[in-house]
Write a protein that binds this ligand. Sequence first.
Ligand code: PLP
Length: 386
Amino acid sequence: MHYQFSPQSNIARSATLVINSQAAALRAAGNIVHNLSVGEALIPTDPVIIAGAKAALDADYTKYTPVAGIASLRQAWRDWMEVSYGGVFDVGETTVTAGGKQALLLLLQILIKAGDEVIIPAPYWVSYPALVQLSGGTARILETTEVDGWKLLPDLFRTAITDRTRILILNSAGNPTGAVYTKDELSALLAIAAAHNIIVISDEVYSSLVYQGEYISCAAFPAYRDSVCIVQSVSKHFGMTGWRVGAVFAPAAITARVQTLESQSTSGAASISQYAALAALSDADRLTTQMRTALQARRDYMVDTCASYGIALSPAPSGLYQFVPLTSFGSSTTDSVAWCSDILARAHVAMVPGIAFGKEGYVRLSFGGEEASIRVAIDALMKNAT
Ligand code: PLP
């Protein structure tokens, strides 16, 4: 059989594949691999959330839900957006999805026409370029710098715009750098986007994990509500990565298409997961404070452990990761895959190479794991770092 594939499925293999398969081979050979590559908080799901899921099971809420999500969850989520970030949406502008990633894919698929350009500031979350390509668009990567706090500057954005630019993907609070945009910074970018008829897809899945200062959502700018789509998720706020529940908040015309596409693809998020998400959002203040406090302690522990080896990290302003130049570990190489692969082979420590996020010469260290495992991993790393 000669298989023929769609051009859009021709997406690049992940730069983390080499590292993942090397780690799998080490584990298969009986080694313990110290994991600084996790993209989630390794913290058990809170009992309130488990109880919500159990109650839904006991009530036999196991059938199809409305495509856009159960009414109580849509209401709770739009309320949470308003109370937490001043983002005012109707329930009708609120769609529950199977995770933040599906929310992004649905938005890109309904908004992109062949040849359209999507601006993505780098370092970016690994999946953005692939999701754009899957949707038939062209990713236009704009490099940001550590000196500028890894943020897209208005001038760079403005000069990169062409007559094919349709979308800007913003990620504040950001993975992998932890960058958090201020109100003025967002306002400047949103004004440029609106002036050029560009939709801003604002990925805010880490919004509750901000360790200093106030979090400003792109939903907090009523003047730009027609050009902004917000992506949310319970994954990071509540440590619910496996439940697969996200959300889109968008203008009514966009929401209608998102829901039609969702109805013809997944038919919505899993029923039990939606009730679990409802339980989480109903106790959001306590749960997000608990999560933020735990992760801030893990971040500080990682920073202190590195400091004990003479490595100064500036604490990530948000999220789950420290994004660190290889020079901090005494390495002059810029080849992040080779460096990670070498450390994995010698120290059995798994990390994500910077190139997976579009930035060579850096590595992403996750502090999602427990302090004891962070300690063992950093100790092993430092014994072998060059
Ligand atoms: N956006 C960012 C920046 C992420 O880091 C992730 C997951 O790691 C997602 C979106 C997707 O999260 P989920 O699909 O679990 O909601």
